[in-house]
Design a protein around this ligand. Structure first.
Ligand code: SF4
Length: 520
């Protein structure tokens, strides 16, 4: 059990739980300076960003009404592994007890048969997490299991709260004692301090007091809850398995690709501002908040979500194909071949190639086994850089005018290495096309991005970026084009703040949105 945290039945909470670090200064992570609402980034967020790609923070799953709920949660997390590879956890309940096991590593490494055998009961919630180097710790893994005045609650969430410090200070004034720095514990403390008579009222009351991005699954000894923030930043869908002669199994997952592995049928999305409760008596729901404009994360369509998922009412595959086609319409260039930067650039490159009537070739091959298992001192890994992950296919690139399709440029250093690699393999010209607009502002809603000072597009013109990455030409998809590509049958309101700097919430990290010139 080394490297695992087991929180067993009531009264057997592992001591590690109470050793979670409390920010010793007593300083709230969010402060108000000269009338400006200022939030310090959650520990390990923007400041400790290490690589030149963007990372999602989490994936969540919940299962109600299955004899082996833990294994179902395991399979669901396996399908959601792309949303976080640093830690994972599963909590189960059987009507009386609530157990919780979490560990560092991939879902399949943590949850062996022996470990799953300890997690019994027909209900489960699970979580898989990406975290930056500074907070890659077991103690920040989820689900979190907390004893509260409303009983034992396990909670797992995807997203970032933005008014966290404000709420936390108020709770501390009211006598709350925090064991962790996690957003999830704030939600549980709000529930515990709520004067509402029932648990479901207390949860609704608590969710109304927090702001930011959250898709949450929660479990008590005998019921499951699922909720999304009122703007619907992060995805959360509901599915069902029909059990002949027995109640249906109800499932909630960050992405619908999890339902496929579980042979569940997608039923609907949890709505922005909706709280769903599942008990032995069935599913009930309420709108705990209304009236805020939807601002779902458009970057889920560009990069994060799996192409076989249906997100915000639209297949991701379809959106990415359209992005490629639109990119070709907006910025076609004479070329011989279209090559994706794998894996996330593949679908957009297929769309581009079809629209431009050019051959599509896998001219870069990705090594899928690079990652946590390649243990080297950090600097040496970074020196190997892109060559560890990608290798060019020389015979496909030599003497060709190449259109290279990627989904983003963050600092520009990785893009430059890829352009050099393609040119080094003999390409005559390298034209980089990006399937979204320039990333000019950081995200505060659950995507780990560097501050504005480090975002190349916040500090250089497209021409300057083109020179920096040493491409023959560079073009991005327009914002209007992107929005058009991500619209399904129902109109979806999107957050585009990382492309526009227009944030849908009031709270932002003032330091993180200062351009490079302001810091010198
Ligand atoms: S700022 Fe960008 S990454 Fe963050 S939620 Fe908005 S669209 Fe998504």
């Amino acid at each position: 059990m080394s490297g695992l945290l087991f929180q067993g039945v009531e009264g057997e909470v592992d001591a590690s739980e109470s050793l979670w670090p409390v920010k010793g200064t007593g300083l709230s992570p969010y402060i108000q300076v000269a009338g400006i609402q200022r939030a310090l980034a959650p520990e390990g967020n923007t400041s400790s960003f290490k690589s030149d790609t963007l990372h999602e923070e989490c994936g969540v799953i919940a299962i109600h009404g299955h004899p082996d709920a833990a294994r179902q949660a395991y399979l669901g997390l396996y399908a959601l592994q792309h949303r976080g590879q640093e830690s994972a956890g599963i909590a189960t309940a059987d009507g009386q007890h609530l157990a919780n096991i979490k560990g560092m590593g991939l879902v399949s490494e943590i949850f062996t048969d022996d470990v799953l055998a300890k997690l019994t009961g027909p209900m489960a919630i699970g979580h898989t997490r990406y975290s930056t180097t500074g907070d890659s710790a077991l103690l920040n893994a989820q689900p979190i299991r907390v004893e509260s005045t409303k009983g034992l609650i396990a909670i797992a969430h995807n997203g970032n709260l933005v008014n966290l410090g404000n709420v936390r200070s108020r709770l501390e004034r009211d006598g709350a004692y925090f064991q962790t720095t996690s957003d999830s514990e704030i939600i549980v403390q709000l529930i515990a301090h709520s004067r509402a008579a029932t648990l479901v009222d207390a949860i609704a009351d608590s969710l109304r007091q927090i702001d930011g991005a959250f898709s949450i699954v929660m479990m008590t000894r005998d019921r499951i809850f699922a909720a999304r923030d009122p703007r619907g930043f992060r995805p959360l869908s509901m599915g069902r398995i029909k059990n002949p002669g027995a109640p249906d199994t109800i499932i909630f997952a960050s992405e619908t690709c999890a339902f496929d592995l579980l042979r569940a049928t997608y039923e609907r999305d949890v709505l922005p501002g909706e709280l769903v409760m599942v008990t032995e008596d069935g599913v009930t729901s309420r709108q705990y908040s209304t009236g805020l404009q939807q601002s779902s994360c458009i970057f889920e369509h560009v990069y994060f979500a799996r192409p076989d998922s249906r997100i915000f009412g639209r297949w991701v595959q379809e959106s990415r194909d359209q992005m490629g086609r639109q990119l070709a319409r907006e910025s076609a260039v004479p070329a011989d071949v279209v090559v994706p930067v794998p894996d996330s650039g593949v679908t957009a490159a297929l769309g581009y190639a079809e629209e431009a009537h050019l051959p599509f070739r896998l001219g870069l091959i990705r090594n899928h086994y690079v990652g946590r298992t390649f243990i080297e001192p950090e600097q040496r890994v970074r020196d190997f850089g892109v060559r560890l992950k990608l290798n060019p296919v020389r015979n496909l690139l030599e003497g060709k005018r190449v259109v290279l399709i990627d989904d983003s440029i963050i600092r520009g250093t990785t893009s430059r290495k890829i352009v050099r690699m393609v040119r080094g393999a003999g390409a005559k010209e390298v034209h980089l096309r990006i399937s979204c607009p320039p990333t000019i502002s950081p995200c505060f809603y659950g995507v780990d991005t560097p501050s504005k000072r480090e975002l190349i597009a916040a500090n250089k013109s497209i021409e300057e970026i083109c020179r920096f990455i040493e491409a023959d030409s560079l073009a991005y998809l327009s914002l209007d084009g992107l929005l058009q590509c991500c619209q399904g049958e129902e109109h979806t309101g999107y957050c585009t703040a990382c492309y526009t700097g227009n944030y849908p919430t009031e709270w932002v990290d003032v330091d993180a949105i200062l351009p490079a010139t302001a810091s010198v």
